[in-house]
Write a protein that binds this ligand. Structure first.
Ligand code: SF4
Ligand code: SF4
Ligand code: SF4
Length: 286
């Protein structure tokens, strides 16, 4: 019998097939974990009789098979270790991010810093519907931002300098979208094909390619699961602070206006997306 329904109902405490046991999901923005916390987590798992932990698709660690009588004790241990109980219900769940500029040569934005800021402000907030946020440093989109309720992708648009290009064609070999062609002795970019990964910018041996724009593309209403759906483009902004401001506004809108029992992606079909977009972006300075 469950003695403490309050604790048992918490996001991050997942009832197993045998209802006497739970899996404990932790909070781990961007999947970052210090060695010290990792040792601590291993010790906690051992203390509660486990020999294994589980890595989730949302970059957290779960400790399985915890008896319901031990929930409060393990919650306190996890909090002390700096790896508190996470979330998985109708709330803002673990924020996912690729390594970004910290490690990846393709990255256009600092994904980790953004994930930490968003986590600090928004993690675990109760919502009428589950809200997943995913951040990718470039359009290679390793964390599939477009398949999340809120997705953020770092982009960089190349800037050509007319008259200086030698037409050597070196940059064309770097573009996986075949968006660059050499015509009449100069490289020409097909904007319809260019997905703003920024890779060609570094490729020119003469440093002739500049940056026209660099920013964060925000998409809304994507989802994975049984009926996957692509998110729709809300806006592209130039700074991390602007992203945080828009995501806060978005989550507040969802908290107040969305309804429960239905995924956000379906709700965006019912309301007019353009109207929703206008409302979210109103009052912003361009
Ligand atoms: S999404 Fe881009 S920046 Fe992030 S890990 Fe993948 S290739 Fe690197
Ligand atoms: S930014 Fe990327 S997609 Fe666009 S032209 Fe350069 S390499 Fe190609
Ligand atoms: S690598 Fe530089 S010089 Fe060569 S075609 Fe591209 S932009 Fe022009």
């Amino acid at each position: 019998m469950i003695e403490d329904p309050g604790m048992h109902m918490k996001g991050g405490i997942i009832t197993q097939k045998n209802k006497d046991y739970c899996t404990i999901r932790t909070r781990m923005p961007a999947g970052i974990l210090s060695i010290e916390k990792m040792r601590g987590l291993a010790a906690i798992a051992e203390k509660y009789g486990q020999t294994e932990v589980h890595l989730t698709t949302r970059q957290t660690i779960e400790i399985p098979h915890i008896h319901h009588t031990k929930l409060e004790a393990i919650e306190a241990d996890l909090l002390k270790n700096g790896t508190p109980v996470g979330s998985e219900r109708d709330e803002i769940v673990n924020i996912v991010a690729c390594p970004g500029t910290d490690r990846c040569k393709f990255a256009n934005i600092d994904t980790i810093s953004l994930a930490m800021k968003l986590d600090e402000k928004l993690f675990g907030k109760e919502m009428p519907t589950k809200l997943r946020i995913s951040i990718s440093g470039c359009p290679y989109a390793c964390t599939s931002p477009i398949l999340n309720e809120i997705g953020i992708t770092g982009r960089k648009k190349p800037l050509r300098t007319p008259g200086l290009c030698t037409g050597c064609g070196h940059c064309t070999e770097y573009c996986r979208e075949s968006a660059i062609e050499v015509r009449n002795g100069a490289a020409v970019v097909n904007d319809a094909k260019c997905f703003q990964c920024g890779v060609c910018i570094e490729s020119c041996p003469f440093k002739l390619i500049g940056i026209e724009t660099q920013g964060y593309r925000i998409t809304v209403g994507g989802r994975r699961g049984r009926h996957p759906k692509l998110g729709r483009e809300l806006v592209e902004v130039g700074t991390e602070d602007e992203v945080v401001e828009i995501i806060e506004k978005l989550s507040y809108w969802i908290y107040r206006r969305a309804w429960s029992g239905r995924l956000l992606s379906d709700q965006l079909d019912d309301i007019q997306f353009e109207k929703f977009k206008e409302e979210i972006l109103s009052g912003r300075k361009e």
